[in-house]
Design a protein around this ligand. Structure first.
Ligand code: FAD
Length: 300
């Protein structure tokens, strides 16, 4: 009998957990999506590297899942291999004001660890429910802050299996983008150059930013965060609201009553619902204001 993909991956030396037809919805903050043909959780960087090299050599399509907080997975799910890194998550101060973090660490955890050490520059990250890897790929940010502003180095596993160090310039950070977005490879970790400050002051800002989010965003309901990027000179939420779409619902997905650039899953929402609502909003905003909204989230 032919070997299954999980058997082959195990045979290639993968040590972490392997699950066939694993539901991805619960691994995304939108709580939407079908299964991954194979979901593999790497135990460490060697495990991850081995899996990528195996998939490349075997011609199996592969992707990396962070915390699934900027992702819409199709209802039919995805074929091939989905790799997860929740165990690749160490966070440490190296020297002075420098911290290093592995890609699977939660961005909020890194932000809190930095605050406790009196290191400033990523307090905004406490409210961004992504992984460090996802935050680097997306250049996660809030108001004038962006993770790219404090990244000094990124360790990256290229699609060919080689590991390369990128300095800040090579990362080409831009508004919610970087050299790593849309590319076949894995952010393994990053070094951050932070600024010294009083731990109490950093913690106070972190708490204040988190409060401001709670007050303005529907954090109590599943979503992917902002659906659209900020258009030049305006706000997507303002345009959606002005188009009369606040509260508009398709199936289980609704344009949030609290913040119109968040589309919340009221329960049982599907990827088809979400896509239909996104398209409806795009079309209405374009017809009313001539503005083409750009999606921030990724679709698998
Ligand atoms: P995922 O959603 O898992 O993945 C996103 C993309 O990155 C995918 O293509 C994936 O393959 C890729 N990826 C993930 N990890 C890696 C890796 N290690 N190597 C290579 N590719 C990788 N974003 C902001 O910028 N600012 C905000 O203020 C903000 N607020 C949010 C609030 C809420 C309530 C929610 C739900 C989301 C919010 N987001 C915000 C969006 C999201 O949290 C960020 O974009 C985050 O950086 C995504 O990280 P992730 O680990 O969840 O990535």
């Amino acid at each position: 009998m032919a070997k299954t993909l999980p058997d082959e991956l195990r045979g290639a030396g993968f040590r972490g957990e392997i699950v066939a037809e694993a539901a991805l919805g619960p691994m995304t903050t939108w709580r939407i999506g079908g299964p991954a043909e194979v979901l593999a959780t790497a135990t460490d960087i060697d495990d991850l590297t081995g899996a990528v090299r195996w998939a490349e050599a075997r011609g199996v399509p592969w992707r990396v899942l962070g915390n699934g907080s900027n992702l819409l997975v199709h209802d039919a799910g995805v074929r091939g291999l989905v790799l997860r890194l929740p165990k690749v998550r160490s966070v440490a101060r190296t020297e002075g004001t420098t911290m290093v973090a592995e890609a699977g660490a939660g961005f909020p955890r890194l932000a809190r660890a930095a605050a406790d050490l009196g290191l400033a520059g990523i307090e905004f990250g406490a409210g961004i429910p992504g992984s460090v890897g996802g935050a680097i790929v997306m250049n996660a940010g809030w108001h004038q802050f962006e993770i790219g502003n404090v990244v000094s180095r990124v360790t990256y596993l290229e699609g060919d299996g080689s590991i390369v160090e990128y300095d800040r310039d090579a990362c080409r950070f831009g508004y919610r983008t970087s050299a790593f977005r849309g590319r076949r490879g894995v952010v393994l970790g990053a070094e951050l150059a932070l600024a010294p400050d009083d731990p109490a002051a950093v913690r106070e800002r972190l708490a204040r930013f988190a409060e401001s989010r709670k007050a303005n965003q529907p954090t109590e309901l599943p979503s992917c965060g902002s659906v659209f990027l900020k258009p030049e000179g305006d706000f997507a939420g303002r345009l959606i609201e002005a188009a009369g779409l606040k509260g508009r619902r398709i199936g289980g997905i609704q344009v949030s009553e609290k913040h119109a650039n968040f589309f919340v899953n009221l329960g049982g929402g599907t990827a088809a619902d979400a896509i239909a609502l996104v398209e409806l909003v795009e079309q209405s905003v374009f017809e009313k204001f001539g503005v083409k909204l750009t999606r921030e989230f990724e679709i698998w």
